[in-house]
Design a protein around this ligand. Structure first.
Ligand code: DGJ
Length: 742
């Protein structure tokens, strides 16, 4: 692995065993992009990759060179308004109103490992051997602004991270009109664009399209990364699939407003931009100040989408998530939300928790409704003090009682919000985001606290820390149930109002950082009405997130399948809930609800007292199974096998690092009469290992299972056998494959 600068050709080559990334200093001093893809042998000069030609209707930089126009040159971090008519990566707005800038190469430096990004979540290294970082400094002479472009290449896998930092070394203040994290100019548009989109209760659905001339984009202007679009993009070659072919994955480590876009120009070259949404962003830089963009992660592979996902999974599990819980199998929890909603007493909670304990649950989570005047969603947010009418012993007393039952205790917060009916709001009505003279809109009867203000973040920190210090709280579910409107902070001057969305997210990160630092053993689960902020930024602080409020097993197949494109199983909160399901009113078998949820951080979202004796026994078995296999389920190598977006069946599997154990999840949405023979070609097994199949009792070598397939045919062909219903709609199975000693 290495990062090489070839002085004579002014070419940078960043490479490891998998990838090469090539760029060069152009003759106008800007940085040109030459290549990103499969590793190629290093050599002194790659500048021939820089293609230029004389094109009509073009604006040129040099009078004597009709080939040099930025419009037709692939660049690393393009500027606005000087011969390039595509969308730029940055805009520097100067005192005289000009937006023209000219950032020229000054110097570069190399360092082992990876520097931290102040105040922002980012991937990290634990030793200098794991990665190397190149920082290229460019300067705009007229304004004195320096631009640092950061590139980190990891030693293993096709991973390259990027970000940009503006350091104002001039005199007069400037404003950044946009500051993207990454620009990637590619020589052709022969890719399928694949995004994860949806809405509340339907997050992370896979949508694909071909790239056509013009701009196609996903993003958020809601203040949170959003249910609507995940900050993640796949570009795959048309013939690439899960098992083979060239794929580029792009993930933005950010939880606020973002944009990821592709611009195909008139000559079919492709510009990808990713970063903070430019529409809702502006940042003033006084002399001496600097601005750091969030980090973008690029993954390249020529081994298909499963391999791309596995690369993200390992990176995000091991080098984005942090702390005590990073590598640990997650506790099996019972959350009371769908069991009681706001209607509970301490005794009712103890009843639910006692049954959960009897079934083997390890963590009892008290959701919304325990604090202040909260008996519905009209009141209480902001007052993080137990409601003594409901909880006579307070949180300390309840946590004590749960611990006495032999379980850990977890608690719900929504730190960023306030109801008007709360002591906090009555004391500090000016602490919400609201535009003077304008109506302030609400969502779910609540208002957004101005987290761009340190005193607001401090006040919430104090309240939360007090509870965590005084009560045995082992887990926090951190919710965020509305998006931002009328974004304006009373604490900041007019010329800094464009900063508030980003400053808000920095405030959220700051609170997370302080709490996770102060209470390192607490397991944090992020949440935003389900998956409204299920993004890599959150993963840095909270190693798991509540992926969706939709707990229906069939809906979850698509949501979890889509999310697995980027996010590891250890990050996806997935629970068994009641039937009829509370979101879609569908009845699904208990085993299928568990068979879906076990490919996630498993738990129950119901009152187990309400199950029949037979169902209770089934739950005990599910929990025993989960305890035995959760390390593998959550941290093994995950493969998607059959897509729920494409047919009536879905399947996925995990394989242990030593390839001796594999679990296959197989799901059929609707039953079929006289159904076909079916089989699944498995992945990731050792061809020479002989695996025992727990369902059939057969022993099969890995090669049989991978090349010929695991037979999943239902022997009744979908019909009841001997008068007994053997299968029905929404059936599923888990196959356990254990290799015999070899
Ligand atoms: C939205 C979350 O996604 C739910 O799980 C639950 O915590 C509610 N908020 C509580 O208000």
């Amino acid at each position: 692995m290495g990062i090489v600068y070839h002085e004579s050709s002014k070419v940078f080559h960043l490479y490891n065993d998998t990838i090469s990334y090539l760029m060069m200093v152009l003759k106008n001093g800007h940085l040109g992009q030459l290549y990103f893809g499969k590793r190629i042998r290093d050599r002194e000069d790659f500048s021939y990759f820089l293609e230029t030609c004389k094109r009509p209707m073009t604006s040129y930089i040099y009078e004597d060179d009709r080939t040099f126009s930025l419009e037709h040159i692939r660049q690393e971090y393009p500027v606005f308004g000087t011969t390039d008519y595509r969308q730029p990566a940055m805009e520097v707005i100067q005192e005289n109103g000009s937006r023209i800038s000219d950032f020229q190469y000054q110097s570069h430096r190399l360092e082992k490992g990876k520097p931290k990004l102040p105040g922002l979540p980012a991937t990290y290294t634990e030793s200098g051997q794991e990665a190397e970082t190149l920082t290229v400094t460019l300067k705009d002479e007229l304004t004195g602004v320096e631009l640092e472009l950061l590139y980190t290449i990891f030693t293993k896998g096709g991973i390259l991270t990027r970000s940009a930092r503006f350091c104002h070394k001039g005199v007069k203040p400037i404003r950044l009109g946009r500051a993207m994290s990454l620009c990637l100019d590619l020589p052709d548009r022969d890719y399928v664009w694949q995004q994860l989109s949806g809405c509340w209760a339907r997050e992370c659905h896979i949508h694909c399209r071909n790239l056509e001339p013009g701009i196609q984009a996903i993003g958020s202007m809601r203040g949170n990364s959003s249910h609507e679009h995940n900050p993640f993009l796949v570009l795959r070659r048309p013939h690439a699939d899960e098992r083979q072919g060239e794929v580029i994955g792009l993930s933005l480590i950010y939880s606020g407003n973002f944009r990821i876009q592709a611009e195909v120009d008139a000559h079919d070259t492709l510009r990808i931009l990713a970063g903070i949404d430019p529409e809702t962003f502006e940042w003033k830089l006084e002399a001496g100040e600097s601005f750091q963009t969030p980090e973008a992660v690029l993954v390249y592979t020529d081994q298909g989408m499963n391999h791309m996902s596995q690369t993200f999974h390992k990176l995000y599990q091991k080098r984005l998530a942090r702390g005590y819980w990073r590598d640990k199998a997650r506790p099996i929890l019972n959350n009371n939300w769908e069991a009681t909603y706001f209607d509970f007493t301490e005794e009712r909670l103890i009843e639910i928790a006692s049954k959960a304990k009897e079934c083997g649950v390890e963590l009892f989570v008290l959701d919304d409704g325990w604090f202040g005047a909260r008996s519905s969603d009209h009141a209480g947010l902001g007052d993080w003090k137990a409601n003594r009418e409901r909880l006579p012993g307070g949180i300390t007393g309840l946590a004590e009682r749960i611990e006495e039952l032999g379980m850990k205790f977890g608690l719900w917060f929504e730190p960023e919000m306030v109801n008007k009916d709360s002591d906090l709001y009555r004391q500090h009505p000016d602490w919400i985001l609201a535009t003077p003279g304008r109506k302030v809109s609400y969502g779910r009867y609540q208002y957004v606290l101005d987290f761009s203000r340190k005193e607001v973040v401090d006040a919430i920190y104090e309240q939360m820390a007090k509870i965590l210090k005084n009560a045995k709280v082992s887990y926090i579910k951190w919710d965020m149930n509305r998006s931002i409107t009328e974004c304006f902070s009373k604490a900041w001057p007019a010329d800094r109002q464009g900063e508030i969305y980003h400053r808000y997210i920095l405030g959220v990160y700051d609170l997370y950082e302080r709490l996770t630092w102060e209470f390192p053993h607490v397991l944090f689960e992020s949440c935003s009405s389900g998956g409204g902020r299920f993004d890599p930024g959150m993963l840095y602080y909270a190693p798991q997130g509540w992926l969706s409020d939709d707990s229906d097993a069939v809906e979850r197949l698509k949501i979890q399948y889509g999310a697995s494109m980027c996010y590891p199983i250890s990050s996806m909160g997935a629970h068994v809930s009641v039937t009829p399901n509370h979101q879609v009113f569908r009845n699904t078998p208990l085993h299928t609800r568990a068979n879906v949820a076990c490919f996630g951080t498993f738990g129950y979202e119901l009152d187990l007292n309400k199950l029949t004796a037979k169902e209770t026994e089934e739950v005990k078995e599910q929990i025993a199974f989960m305890k035995k296999y959760r390390q593998l389920l959550q941290f093994g190598t995950f493969y998607r096998l059959e897509s729920p977006f494409e047919g009536n069946e879905a399947a996925w599997m995990v394989v242990s690092d030593d390839q001796k154990t594999a679990l296959v999840g197989w799901y059929r949405i609707l039953n079929r009469v006289n159904g076909n023979y079916t089989r699944l070609r498995l992945e990731g097994l050792n061809p020479a290992y002989c695996y025992r199949n727990n369902r059939s009792g057969l022993n099969n070598y890995g090669d049989e299972l991978m090349y010929a397939g695991l037979i999943t045919t239902d022997e009744t062909a979908g019909q009841g056998a001997d008068g007994e219903i053997a299968c029905s709609d929404f059936d599923s199975r888990i196959y356990i494959l254990e290799a015999e000693e070899v």
